[in-house]
Design a protein. Sequence first.
Length: 130
Amino acid sequence: CKKGKKQCKGHTYIVVPFKCLVGEFVSDVLLVPEKCRFFHRERLDVCKSHQYWHTVAKEACLTEGMILHSYGMLLPCGVDQFHGTEYVCCPQAKIVDEALSKEEEEEDEDEEEEDDNDVNKSELPTEADT
């Protein structure tokens, strides 16, 4: 669509981004956030597209009960063809949110216990009272 237009006119195009590999191939650096895990799949007998390896990574994360956070290609073997992928899987947001809310509840309980202890201390007689 043209910039600022809400509806497209004419033919629909699919744009596929690409990166030219010049010189020695270096895989992308993947950051692994807390509670996430790094994996890789490498098959020298398989030479497949970026989309194929994206699907492999996504499905592998799902079987671990996680979601795909980021991924990169390993070992090019042709034009837009690779022997594998490396990827980072993270817990699903719902699971992370539940864990965080559970931690917050435990912290709240700890604070309430501390408050109860403070009240008990003030009720104890002091030397001035005796």
